[in-house]
Design a protein around this ligand. Sequence first.
Ligand code: KG4
Ligand code: ZN
Length: 338
Amino acid sequence: MDTYILGIESSCDDTSAAIIRERKILANLIANQQVHKDFGGVVPELASRAHQQNIIPVIQKAILTANIQKSQISAVAYTNGPGLLGSLLVGTSFAKSFALATGIPLITVNHMHAHILAHFIEDERQKTPPFPFLCLTVSGGHTQIVKVHSPYRMEVIGNTIDDAAGEAFDKAAKIMGLPYPGGPLIDKNAREGDPHKFRFPHPRVPGLDFSFSGLKTSILYFLRDELKKDPDFIQKNTKDLSASIQHTIVEILMKQLRNAVKQTGVSHVAMAGGVSANSGLRAAFTREAEQGNWEVYIPPFEYTTDNAAMIAIAGYFKYSSGDFASQDTVPFTRYGGD
Ligand code: KG4
Ligand code: ZN
């Protein structure tokens, strides 16, 4: 009998539900929250209220789209961290009640592991990496290089010591007056800009770690000085500024990733998390592959930003090994908290 998993993601500002049959996605739906636009970032209290409004319709629609009966679902998997506590509680409460009411197993999923496991969704648009492989996990809250030994053993070998890469994109965009989340807008503007027009310093960080807070400060001071000379400086240079900032962030990421490949001898390299939607980062990965340095794994866009398909595939692995959670499991907010 086939295994069907209902996956639920509610760690930040997207309410998402997915249905997976074995390793194939039957439905992957996302309700985005528009309420944060005017605030320049996610407002936790508004996020949890919106999750409460969205969660039942999104799950109902996922079951309808997958064209299955509720009774066919083998287990419910949900994100139990890291993320915003109020947001996580909405998914947690729903998943627990659903498991209790239907008598099926409950499975907890680490959001960051799920980003990586999205590579194992059976989908003709992506290939699956062999173990061990390296994964650059870059999102709004995390920046890590992970050595993935198996679906159950992931070793973080590099981490940011301050801001995440997505945060660097979003903060740079905010300084330039672009709305939240600015990452995709910087990407869009960068396509027509000159990446070498402006130079920003690279951080000095030991080992395989990252730092992005210095970049934010240097952009802030650079623009403050330029705006004194020309108040329209940002408007006149939006594309070149975006391209130069994106180029700097991508170079910082790629440099440490090249070091990681050298250090570990592992040349199968994957990307995961929202920032892996970035076209500059994708192009840099593709170049490494074309030069014959790495075998690269670049997932389709919908599996990179927050989604429940990745929760469902992570749930599938846990289901296969009988790794179930109890009703008293509590969510955690920070990586390493589980
Ligand atoms: O993984 P994700 O969807 O949510 C978190 O778990 O944080 O990542 C969101 C982050 C945001 O910082 C957003 O600006 C960034 O991913 N992002 C991008 C792009 N698309 C999303 N950054 C740069 N270029 C993009 N195309
Ligand atoms: Zn994420």
